[in-house]
Design a protein around this ligand. Sequence first.
Ligand code: NAD
Length: 485
Amino acid sequence: MNDAIPFDASQTFVGGCWRAGASGQLLPLANPSDGSELTRIARGGAADIDAAVAAARAALAGPWGSLTAAERGRVLLKMSARVLEQADLLARLEALDVGKPLKQARADAVALARYLEFYGGAADKVMGETIPFANGYVALTLREPHGVTAHIVPWNYPMQIIGRSVGAALAMGNACVLKPAEEACLTALAFARIAGECGLPAGALNVVPGLGEEAGAALSSHPGINHISFTGSVAVGSLIQAAAAGNAVPVTLELGGKSPQVVFADADLDAALPFLVNAGIQNAGQTCSAASRILVERPVFDEVVRRMAERYRALKIGPALDDLDVGPVISARQREVVMGYLEVVKASGLAVAAAAPMPPSLPRGGYYVPPTLVAEVQPDHRIAQEEIFGPVQAVIPFEGEAQALAIANGTPFGLVAGVWTRDGGRALRMARRLHAGQVFVNNYGAGGGVELPFGGVKHSGHGREKGFEALYGFSSLKTVAIKHD
Ligand code: NAD
């Protein structure tokens, strides 16, 4: 066992018990900071998913299903407090597993606690309605859990995505089967331990690690599930939607993005600058809502590029536990993808405005890429159209509001957008016309915004998580019409 991981990470969590995967096979989990093997995880498969779905079904028929909404909320609040108590441990596990700098991992642990706090508090505040209907009737609506919910999670923000997805599903009384990503699942396992310690009834949360095409595919196509929440790539999202169609179950897809921040010449550049850069390099750019396109109005274009470039040159890169600005990307494969895009930049003669220095002391086996700022990018260039999922930002000039909108909306994605301007009317016009599930004016990301519904349009997906909206998504509405005379 690795000393940094204070539990056996090779098991599944099903029906409140830790057990080896049915196949007995294990998968190596790499440390992206140096390429070493951190530990081994279970290679869960169809038999483990069957057992997890059965355990979840039994929980709904048993103690979990009989808790009141307030009681469910109290368990989540207890889990929230426990996550905070263990924030240092969780942050360390996430940093080792994902490669993100420790302070970013700690912020994710705090966000997980906040999701559980928000949804714990909300559990008993989801109301139905009474409906004015025909004489002699009382008509009302009830919000009921779907039943067994499947949660397929990527590797970039495991704690945050588990918090928003599993937290909301449990608050509504669903029983969850969680399939974490094969590249990073230590905090999913730690979360299951916390759930057990805090008295979450057996089977309400089940965790089956494994490969996407094995455990993930078995879960998404399982006839015993009633809802799927998927966060990940567009390609896999399409497969998930097809699998959901096979069983006629609802699905929430949180997919990728090519999110723009639009900077008008009248913007407060001092306020904008940190957001422009951080939203591109945070988590080494492996963020679905990364601002990978920065659109800048011509009169301030050179100034913005110059000031962003200064920040890039000052970025410090290193192993996650050194807690610098940027860590490695998740895997050798992801590193190849990002380096491939940097080759495309070079081959098309684009101007690299700045690349962060790569210190010679970086561990040789680590998956590091140089954060790179590319200026004067044409809106239809590949690096302005495709999700790179690495610390590479394209800066695109524009002239006037209409062109800004056309460029901002001119990709297949529509997850998040930012607008920087001192003109209130323009801010509102842009907010209305941008194709995005969230628009931020004179900020970006609203510090995480647990309360704010989140999700995409176009290829960024559909359905909403976070905020109260997620509770509606994780429940189905029943209408009851009572004839009384
Ligand atoms: P991915 O789609 O490869 O994997 C995501 C999850 O799906 C993993 O758990 C994986 O094991 C599973 N999976 C893979 N193949 C499967 C299959 N055939 N059937 C069922 N499950 C399968 O994505 P990734 O590379 O891990 O994550 C990066 C992508 O996720 C990016 O495109 C990013 O934008 C997106 N993302 C979106 C959000 C959001 O909220 N919109 C958040 C984070 C990441």
